[in-house]
Design a protein around this ligand. Sequence first.
Ligand code: HEC
Ligand code: HEC
Length: 440
Amino acid sequence: MLHSRKLQTVVVLFFSVLLLDSCKKDLSVEPEFDQARARTRTNLTALEQLGKQIFFDARLSEPVGVQACASCHAPQVGFSGFGDIPTGGAAAAQGFKRGFVAGIGEGAPAGAFGRRRPPSAAYASMSPVFALIAVQPDPEEIAAGIIPAPQFMGGNFWDGRATGLRLGNPAAEQALGPFLADKEQNHPSPAAVLAKLRSNRAYIALWQAAFGTPDINNLTTAQINLNYDRVGTAVAAYEASVEVNQFSSKYDAYKRGTASLTPLEAEGLAIFIAPAPNGGECYDCHTQAGLANVEPPAGDAFTDFMFHNDGIPANNRNPGGNVTPDPGLGGFLETSTNPAWQAKAAENFGRFKTPTLRNVGKMQRFMHNGAMASLEEVTHFYNTRDVFGAGWNGVPWAAPEYPFNMDFHGVGGLGLTAHQEAALVAFMKTLDDGFTGPAQ
Ligand code: HEC
Ligand code: HEC
């Protein structure tokens, strides 16, 4: 059952390659449909199918043909980016048009680099609209009579700046950015993106199916605004589809009662949900419910969608530079037009949105700046960040990129053994989608 689902995914990917190919020639896709393909197509709604086509279309870059959303959010690495891929001509030898340096992706203009690592585009659609919310006091705060200050939650991007307030959907607003960003797909305007879609009959057919009109007009400001927002809505629909938010991990199967964890994985889960010290306290930030000693249900996003400063060191190979520390959430708040948010900038410098742990076993680089290269390193960092002399590969942990506003609760000195660290890593790998066995 699960096995056939995987096969179906392969068929869908194959189908989309054909579809892309037909776009190149600007032919109508309709004659290409046969029964089998039409059936696989029903896995996705028309809106999701349109979003998928856009997500994988490398023609939607300037220069044309070098970069799609999927170049930096590739399914095989958990809809995130790669570790290192040579830049320049050498990338082509590996089948890539653009490279990666220590987890940071090159933009469509050769040699253009931002300084953040692409987080997973999967499960990002579950993030709520960005807001300042009241938080529940923890047991220690209750005992001390402390009412915790409200905290920010939600949005898309590491700093939440795709708030979702305008479209009611952070992922839809996020998707409008990369096509125009000069370190990403680099179009001069939304009208230029729409012009490419308009000139292609495959898109016109998908647009008709998704929105009930074939018109991808881009002449008046009103048309451009309406249709460009539709692009974002379609991409966000694909990101929220069963093909991206799969919930097909071993952990989901375990919670549904169709698979069991190995003893090591089960031990890792127990550490994940046990409070520090002697537990990992990962639940504090990496589940939606955030309750001690409670196993997250199937379908959990494995993030609280809130913002924390884990004290991550700078990535000393960051091609986007390290001259000033990345201000994270505080940087966005500082530039916001909302005075109540602006007033909270200082206390939020250096904080980044907790990423999902789903598919982390497939990822090649970790953290907002790609500073870490393996799950083992990440886990050892949580365990020993604040332990004098501790480090990785014989090199002591470097200073935090931003040393203020740091989280100490559950981060820094957990007192776990090497075996317990290995158990946590084994558990995290059960969150990878595409679990196929044992046969049901
Ligand atoms: C050159 C590489 C690159 C390309 C191309 C790219 N992205 Fe990203 N993406 C990033 C980086 C880097 C970030 C984090 C940026 C930040 O937080 O400031 C990001 C963030 C995101 C997020 C936020 C996830 C979260 O949890 O908040 C989503 C969703 C996403 N991208 C989807 C897309 C889509 C859709 C496209 C195509 C329209 C796209 N990306 C194109 C690199 C890229
Ligand atoms: C205080 C909240 C908090 C706690 C507790 C916490 N995390 Fe995190 N985690 C984060 C944040 C925030 C990030 C991103 C930090 C950054 O990039 O600056 C992160 C990043 C990660 C990543 C990298 C994911 C990626 O896509 O880059 C992994 C893996 C991870 N955490 C695992 C764990 C484990 C295992 C534990 C328990 C030992 C844990 N975390 C405890 C908040 C937390």
